[in-house]
Design a protein around this ligand. Structure first.
Ligand code: BG6
Length: 487
């Protein structure tokens, strides 16, 4: 294989985690409960029905808040990153990590979302975390909202459906910009903003049963609109408060191919892809795409907008486009096609692709296709902020031989390199779950993505000891050679 050094100088190699899946300490130092803290672990989960798992009832919420069954809620314990972050950063620095994507748990800063004053202990935690990252020469890339809004806002307002949540989020974000302006330059507003349709509760605190009859979908679009406006407002504020800062949108890249070349399959696929682009279109172009507007009108969905909203969206667009990419899907108009689970989505199976144990189809060329499509459409720098393989690892004599993970990344890096060769502007790559964390979709610990193993099982047993996998050394060499050595 030919080895070309085509990753640009200063390419940001690193990893990603989210507060609710890693920190633990869910009720320490003044933190309020978040939506993530209310998601219980269910063994034998139906992978084809994520929303069924993450859509909570009043009874579930009451049960979650009674505090008697902590062990059932894995995101409350995470991997104890809250107390162990210094050692974890040391390991990441040893691997050569240049950037680490983390999120701020909003409920650590404003426990109920609308408190009179921010929680100083929460603010100090992130100041310490970002300072330590700088000390270890790891650039922070910070997501303001990653499936962890204060549960109180969800209960009080049905989450983002209510306009007051925009104000609460803008206030929270500004507190973060003021406090971390000297430490953080790269910001993301909403993780996978499109996921509001797939799991509205974790993304936006929205529960369908709280909507008026027949209004559940309209409420989700209303919540999404509020997130678009909030994202634009905080992009404005970040630029004002932190000169030189860069703010990105974040999209789940669900690249979809037609199952056959029958024109009706091609048309259905085109529409799937329009749907997937819609979110970044608004955040990059600054307005709702006309075909989406027409589609909403045809479906009788009305979004309430305030007079300035369109102007806000138009003026404060993002600097770069970030996305997660794990898998691709196919689309078909036939009813009798085989289906497969994906990233909180059910798609049509592609006969040419292998899949992970969770059914996610492995498609490195799909990453290149995604890069080309996104760059051609937006002509903005791109940042892959999530990619990786969820797999079960086994320890043998204290070692984890995860050649399957190395193969996964190698094939994806080759495609990234090819896309860069063809002209795509790619700022960096952060592997998802650089250290094993709790799964967002299944709350499992056994669905592992990391280069660093964490000794904990699905029930929370284990020493939490960290162990370097074979892939740790491989990624170390990839970073040291700026991607020229993928062997
Ligand atoms: C992304 C989320 O969609 O997928 C992450 O932003 C999540 O939070 C990742 O962990 C992988 O999904 P899962 O369900 O395997 O953890």
């Amino acid at each position: 294989m030919e080895n070309k050094t085509t990753f640009p100088q200063g390419f940001l190699w690193g990893g990603a985690i989210a507060a609710n899946q890693a920190e633990g300490a869910w009720n320490l130092d003044g933190k309020g409960p978040s939506v993530a803290d209310a998601i219980a672990y269910k063994p034998n989960l139906d992978l084809t029905n994520y929303d069924g798992h993450m859509a909570l009832t009043d009874e579930n919420i009451a049960d979650a808040l009674n505090g008697r069954h902590d062990a059932r809620y894995p995101k409350r314990r995470g991997i104890d990153f809250y107390h162990r972050y210094k050692d974890d950063l040391t390991l990441l620095a040893e691997m050569g990590c240049k950037v680490l994507r983390v999120s701020i748990a909003w409920a650590r800063i404003f426990p109920t979302g609308e408190d009179a004053e921010p929680n100083e202990a929460g603010l100090q935690f992130y100041e310490d975390l970002f300072s330590e990252m700088r000390k270890q020469q790891i650039e922070p890339l910070v997501t303001l909202s990653h499936y962890e809004m204060p549960l109180v806002l969800s209960e009080k307002y049905n989450g983002w459906v209510h306009r007051n949540v925009v104000d609460a989020f803008v206030r929270y974000s500004n507190v973060c910009f003021d406090r971390y302006k000297d430490l953080v330059r790269y910001w993301l507003t909403f993780n996978e903003i499109d996921s509001i349709h797939r799991h509205p509760f974790t993304t936006a605190g929205i529960r369908h049963e709280k909507s008026a009859p027949g209004k559940a979908i309209e409420d989700v679009y209303q919540g999404l609109h509020h997130q678009f406006v909030a994202s634009a407002l905080v992009t404005r504020d970040c630029h004002k408060k932190i000169p030189g800062s860069q703010v990105g949108c974040m999209l789940t890249k669900l690249t979809t191919y037609p199952r056959t070349c029958h024109p009706t399959d091609v048309e259905a696929t085109l529409k799937k892809n329009f749907e997937n682009y819609f979110y970044a279109d608004v955040q990059v172009f600054g307005h709702y795409p006309p075909l989406i507007k027409r589609d909403l009108a045809l479906r009788g969905i009305k979004i309430e907008m305030q007079p300035d909203d369109q102007d806000i969206l138009r003026k404060h667009t993002v600097d770069f486009v970030s996305f997660s990419y794990y898998m691709s899907l196919t689309e078909s108009t036939q009813a009798d096609v085989e289906r497969t689970a994906g990233n909180t989505i059910l798609g049509v199976k592609n006969p040419y692709l292998p899949a992970s144990e969770w059914g996610w189809q492995i498609d490195p060329v799909g990453l290149k296709i995604s890069l080309l499509e996104l760059y051609d459409r937006y002509q903005k720098p791109l940042f892959i902020v999530e990619n990786g393989l969820g797999a079960k690892d086994t320890i043998e004599n204290g070692k984890i031989h995860d050649s399957y993970r190395i193969d996964y990344f190698r094939s994806h890096f080759e495609q990234m390199r090819a896309a860069i060769d063809e002209g795509v502007e790619l700022m960096g790559f952060t592997s998802w779950g650089i250290i094993d964390i709790i799964s967002a979709g299944t709350s499992q610990m056994s669905k592992r993505y990391g280069f660093i193993y964490v000794d904990q099982d699905d029930e929370g047993n284990g020493s939490l000891a960290r162990v370097k996998k074979d892939s740790f050394y491989w990624y170390q060499q990839v970073i040291a050679s700026n991607g020229s050595n993928l062997a």
